[in-house]
Design a protein around this ligand. Sequence first.
Ligand SMILES: [Zn+2]
Length: 265
Amino acid sequence: MPAQRMYTLTFGVEYVPKSLSVPGGGSHTINTPIYGALVETPDGLILLDTGISRRALDNPDFLTACYGADRYPTAPAGEPLEVALAELGFGVADISLAAVSHLHLDHTGGIPLLAAAGVPVAIQRDELEYGRQRAASGTEAEVAFHRHDYLEVDDIQWILLDGATELAPGVEAIPTPGHTPGHQSYGVHLPATGDWIFAADAADLAENLHEHRRCGSCAEDTDTPLAQESVEHLIALADARDARLIPGHDPIVWKAIWHPDGGHR
Ligand SMILES: [Zn+2]
């Protein structure tokens, strides 16, 4: 059974060296949107990735550690998740289930809001375990994990995934480890436009997919072969399904697939 409709969500913009996205990509800065998707299904609204939190945006020390002093991300005033949902006429409490691709700060920012609203959050078990290990050794900021999003929050209803999982009719989690140990991508199947695959940070840019290039940074240096396997898996899966394969931080692709009025069908 397909999902019913899909909206694209923009949470902010990051300014990062291209080498973060493509190995050897150079130190020049590229402007990359932070984005997610909201999918209407027979089981309710499913949120795929949650953006960056206001708390992180307002913490210069943390931003400097993650991005460098001259490369702070930007977002509209307020909580980026709430702003993006409000543009569609929704609130956090309207969501039935959320998922995070991985625990980087630009994907976890909405978790505290979701926890407060009683919305469960799906994540690969390996990712949460890694995030907890990093926090236990006080090194989570070194890999750009924001403990205030995923650790120091009351009542997060985690749904721990072990591999590929259907999250709702027409929405699935696709494990793509490497960028982080439990990274996942998403598949969405819609009635009119068919299959979509959201790579998230397994492939930031279309270039990663055209050139079969893994992501430029892995939380664990030894995971680069896994990252390459994940890119190959996504390309093969998209070929097999004739899917639209959407990179995770590509400004040109993102504008090109912005949803029409009423969402993608
Ligand atoms: Zn990331």
